[in-house]
Design a protein around this ligand. Sequence first.
Ligand code: MN
Length: 323
Amino acid sequence: MSRLDSGSESAASAPECSGPMSVLLESREVPLGGVRNMHVRRTLPQRDLPMVGAWCFLDRFGPQPTRMRVEPHPHIGLQTVTWPLLGEIHHRDTIGSDVVVTRGALNLMTSGHGIAHSEYSLGEEEVALAALQLWVALPESARHMPPTFEQHTALPRFSAPGLEALVVMGSFAGVTSPATVHTPIIGVELQIAAGATVRLPLNPHWEHGILGVEGDIEVEASAPERVPVDAEAMLYLGIERDYVDVYSAEGARAFLLGGEPFAEEIIMWWNFVARTHEEIVEAREDWENDTARFGHVPGHGAERIPAPPMPGVRLKTRGRRLK
Ligand code: MN
């Protein structure tokens, strides 16, 4: 995924996070570069909450008929987690990956120092498509590494009465995803049966959020109060919880994300996660000048998404307001 907007909400996390909370965060509709009529809703970053653990970006698009053409564009300092809900996405990148990701499979691209990729729907016609795309900020120890790409088509499951969970990233209820992670983190897709209340185990040292994906859920974040979370919102839960109870009347799909509060301050601009204004400027110039840092996506000609202009002011980190 690429951003059309330059991402003026340069984001940073502050590790302070005072305890359990229950804050409903609405997504907002945003334009997506190179794609006409594509309905994209962004849940992270939020003005008051730039990150949840290392998760620093969360977009959801569709379901809708789409001819997706996200042309080659660069990333640094992050992992992209592409999670199709419906349909297939053709991914190509500068390290030679050329794969189709489909429902139930994870595409995980670790940009490290720099990578570029494209994302297309299959064929020339509009096809039904829906997906989540999340970004994970890389810590200092991993953000300078060479880029890598993984696809996982058989993610482990956790089952309990009323719950089928697919462990996309990290560990949940003792079940661990094979996907490479660089900070303590989880991402789990939850399928909740009609009429079921399920208790999700949480790491009390981590912060968490629950994203509504399909159908309606109610989250019992502070008993006995239940907060409805629809498919356009995420409930932020804070830290210091051993579990949370989730109820669905009609049956629902949701996504649990969480992790250790990210200890480093980041700057996020366009498709880049860095630590300083200068690093962003350098990455932007490397992309605009077509240097070897990003390389060329095989199968593409000259098409690419140009970087937006830098703002007239220095990019700054910005801490969270939710504390
Ligand atoms: Mn992208």
